[in-house]
Design a protein around this ligand. Structure first.
Ligand code: ARG
Ligand code: ZN
Length: 849
């Protein structure tokens, strides 16, 4: 559980596999309770091997027989697999095993969802399918034969042959086992085609259950746009004759980039105007892009070992963020990405689960598919790009693709292409990959004789196992505004490399107002004591849209913190500033909607904790409610004008323009509902022709405690739609009044629709509770106990989803002694559960510290 858990795997212990795999042939004889998997694998000695026994991973496999070069062998059982005496030269391994997809509730390996067979092999699920060197540095071409009485039988690569009750697939591109996939079921397809720029005609399909066929068009459009974008921006073309996407209802994460056969959580691909919100459409577009982009960053070039996970994930997140920015709005995209980074990654970095972008050890790799690896991993690439420039970045990427195509690569390889392409020494920059924690940057300013001096100092707080930190290379984008609001120094990237460093700007006629960390040029906390008037000035005049928004956010945060800690009243200056932004028609509605969004309660709790205070979730909740009321009262007319003006007419379209208008209108409705008793929300609920407006209205009604009728109507309308009902569950648990949250969520768990083995449903309810900060931290401890009870129940069924949900407790040390005591009790109760999974025991051990 702790650092000395005997199950710990270390980056430093990497050794190559004893053999290489030249070809894999798999036959599946599908049967729900007893599927036979027959493998035939050509092994040859690996010239890079350091020796050692021949070992194949395997878990929960019933071995029927094994042969080497046609002769029966009896392998020896070993921890997590088998060993076997093998010939000195090349040989063929054959094995037949039996597995039971039907009883596989962990949703890892081959399992069943609604009568359909599907797989999830990343990270280490292939070993539950057959004996194999289940490690990403072993890459091989796969041929697959599927036998089963189902209309659709899919695997990776190109279709090779098919007949009645069987199909064969051949994937020419060598790949690691984690990219293997198989799907078999009674599915229908939404077809399309794409011609690559070199003229390859590619068949595209999204495979779904029949009732979902009307929800595929948007995903397909997003796929084609992604394919085109990767050609135009990265010069990367698709490399097979077919690309399949399958929607699955039971899935532990968002989606999976299996070669030529992406498998998606149905929530991450299915959308129609009536059933999906603007936010859902946006998320689907980015996940489709993400999985598609993995074809080059992840599949053609994969990771040597799981410690290098950020090599594919950080880069692919960076690429999908670029894509979404290009397709929609860079400003809005950046703000949303930073909001998510702060909410999830900063939170992780500031607690017991903090770890480097490239971790150095793990017990269960599934626990490291984290915001740090993904989102901070993407930020690190954004910094690299800023430091070497756009041209340097594109040269480095070209080199990466040409040098490492077909490789299982490392972060060292990645940085080396940047060094070789740009001549820049990245040895100090590399610390971003090994040093955990969010750096703080303190700011001092002086102005003398036309010269403005900016002194920046950096420090990174200690994190588990890393008490002392070294200075990082931090690109700090800065612009200067003159007191009349004109930009006098356009954005310049300062490179902060020392613990403390000064930068000067000459020839200024007056002391400027600095806009620091433009576009959020580095994932750091800027510690800057700035007056409310300077913040309001930047909110009004900054030319950098991110910092413009940030100034408003900082202003609101300062006001809220004073309300929470000093009982101050809502500051009229904030209300005026917000009103000005809300009314400013030169600003994109989506931006204005973001500017009207208040800091989240968990964000405020983090901020309080970081400034040495103990957050009281109820006091935070009250202050936010009070400020919302004050905004509603002060901006009443502006808001009702916006509500009317932002109405979108004509048929629903999910594009950024319409979505931005709806977002601003929804922000207005949220405030207005506090004043009008829900009249507008009720009528919007009744007339909405799309889920964005229907759900938005429902949320407002819930917020003011007037949703009973609408909730019943919603359920009646949508009870057959799983994804919509997830929203019904999630909204109620997320918006339950603090003191009643545990009781309300308990009631939801007794609802016949609470199918807790379905990860989406479980997450809707329990994730909703965890995000309901005041409700989760109810002083009685009822919510802690409720969540823990359910995690104890879920752990043996689905360890991955259980372990993931445990992050609800990662901030526990920030709270008062009573709450800490209650949480500790629950975590210890969970830790003491007999047979607790490796996933959950590692998490609970790390959280307890
Ligand atoms: N590679 C997938 C993606 O980022 C996610 C796989 C997550 N796997 C896991 N075991 N948590 O697109
Ligand atoms: Zn990914």
């Amino acid at each position: 559980m702790s650092l000395d858990d005997p199950r710990t795997i270390h980056l430093a212990d990497y050794t190559p596999f004893t053999h290489v795999v030249e070809q894999v042939h798999l036959t599946f004889r599908l049967a729900p309770g007893a599927t036979r998997v027959i493998s035939k694998i050509a092994f040859a000695p690996n010239p890079d091997s350091k020796g050692g026994a021949f070992f194949l991973h395997g878990e929960d496999l019933k071995l029927i027989h094994a042969r080497i070069d046609g002769e029966s062998v009896i392998p020896n059982a070993a921890e997590g697999g088998i060993t076997c005496d093998v010939p000195e030269g090349p040989f063929t391994w054959e094995a037949e095993v039996e597995i039971s997809p039907q009883t596989n509730t962990a949703l890892e390996g081959l399992y069943m969802s609604n009568g359909m067979y599907c797989t999830q092999c990343e990270a280490e699920g292939f070993r539950k399918i057959t004996f194999y060197p289940d490690r990403p540095d072993v890459m091989a071409p796969f041929d697959v034969r599927i036998e089963g009485e189902l209309p659709v039988l899919l695997s990776n690569g190109n279709p090779a042959a098919r007949g009645d009750g069987w199909a064969e697939w051949s994937d020419p591109w060598p790949k690691p086992a984690y990219l293997f996939a198989l799907v078999a079921g009674d599915l229908v397809n939404h077809p399309d085609r794409f011609t690559t720029r070199s003229g390859r005609d590619v068949e595209l399909n999204i495979w779904v259950r029949e009732p979902d066929l009307g929800k595929c068009a948007f995903g397909m459009d997003a796929l084609k746009r992604s394919m085109k974008w990767d050609e135009e921006v990265y010069g990367r073309e698709y490399d097979l004759d077919i690309f399949n996407i399958v929607a699955v209802d039971d899935f532990n994460m968002g989606a999976m980039e299996n070669k030529g056969l992406n498998i998606f959580n149905s929530s991450a691909v299915l959308a129609s105007p009536e059933t999906a919100t603007d936010a859902n459409f946006e998320r689907i577009e980015s996940i489709i892009a993400h999985e598609y982009f993995h074809n080059w960053t992840g599949n053609r070039i994969t990771c040597r070992d799981w410690f290098q996970l950020c090599l594919k994930e950080g880069l692919t997140v960076f690429r999908d963020q670029q894509f979404s920015g290009d397709e929609r709005s860079h400003a809005v995209q950046r703000i949303n990405d930073v909001l998510a980074l702060r909410a999830r990654q900063f939170r992780e970095d500031n607690g017991p689960l903090a770890h480097p972008v490239r971790p150095e050890s793990f017990v269960e790799i599934n626990n490291f598919y984290t915001a740090t690896v993904y989102e901070k991993g993407a930020e690190v690439i954004g910094m690299l790009k800023r430091l070497v420039g756009d041209e340097g970045y594109s040269k480095a990427l070209d080199l990466y693709f040409s040098r490492h195509d077909g490789d299982a690569a490392t972060i060292e390889d990645w940085l080396k292409v940047f060094e070789d392409a740009t001549g820049r020494d990245l040895s100090q920059f590399k610390r971003w990959y090994s040093q955990a924690g969010t750096p703080r940057i303190a700011v001092q300013e002086s102005f003398d004789n036309g010269t403005y001096t900016l002194t920046l100092s950096q420090s990174t707080p200690p994190t588990p196992g890393q008490p002392d930190k070294e200075p990082l290379v931090i690109p700090v984008a800065v612009g200067l505004l003159s007191p009349n609001g004109d930009e006098v120094v356009p954005t310049r990237v300062l490179e902060l490399t020392e613990a403390e460093q000064s930068f000067t700007f000459d020839g200024l006629s007056a002391k400027p107002v600095a806009s620091i960390l433009r576009s959020f040029s580095a994932p750091v906390v800027l510690e800057r004591d700035q007056s409310a008037s300077e913040r309001a000035f930047l909110l009004a005049h900054d030319t950098d849209p991110f910092n413009k928004w940030e100034a408003g956010r900082a202003l609101a945060k300062d006001v809220l913190i004073r309300m929470i800690t000093e009982g101050a009243a809502p500051d009229p200056a904030l209300l005026t500033a917000l009103e000005n932004v809300a009314r400013d028609e030169t600003l994109d509605p989506a931006f204005r909607a973001l500017a009207l969004g208040l800091p989240g309660q968990d964000d405020l709790a983090q901020t309080l904790y970081q400034s040495g205070r103990t957050p009281d979730p109820l006091a935070i909740y009250d202050a936010v409610q009070q400020l919302r009321k004050a905004i509603a009262e002060q901006l009443g007319t502006t808001l009702s004008d916006l509500y009317d003006d932002m109405a979108v007419h004509g048929p629903y379209r999910p594009d950024a323009g319409d979505a931005g208008q709806r977002a601003l209108r929804q922000a207005a409705l949220g405030f207005l509902s506090l004043l009008d008793g829900g009249v507008r929300a009720q009528s919007q609920y009744e007339t909405a022709d799309n889920m964005t407006e229907q759900l938005g209205a429902l949320a407002c009604l819930l917020d003011i405690g007037k949703a009973e009728t609408a909730l019943a109507a919603f359920r009646h309308q949508w009870q057959e739609d799983r994804l919509v009902m997830d929203k019904w569950f999630g909204l109620q648990s997320g918006l339950a009044a603090p003191a009643k949250a545990a009781a309300a969520v308990h009631r939801l768990t007794e609802d016949p629709g609470f199918d807790w083995k379905n990860p989406n449903r479980f997450r809707a309810v329990m994730g909703g509770l965890a995000m309901n900060a005041a409700g989760f931290h109810d002083p009685s401890g009822a919510s802690y106990a409720l969540l823990t009870d359910w995690l104890i129940l879920l752990d043996p069924v689905n360890p991955q989803t259980t372990a993931r949900m445990l992050t609800a407790f990662e901030t526990w040390k920030h709270y008062d002694a009573d709450r800490q005591g209650l949480i500790r009790e629950n975590l210890e109760r969970l830790a003491a559960t007999p047979g607790l999974s490796r996933d959950s025991s590692e998490m609970v051990g790390r959280i307890l510290g």
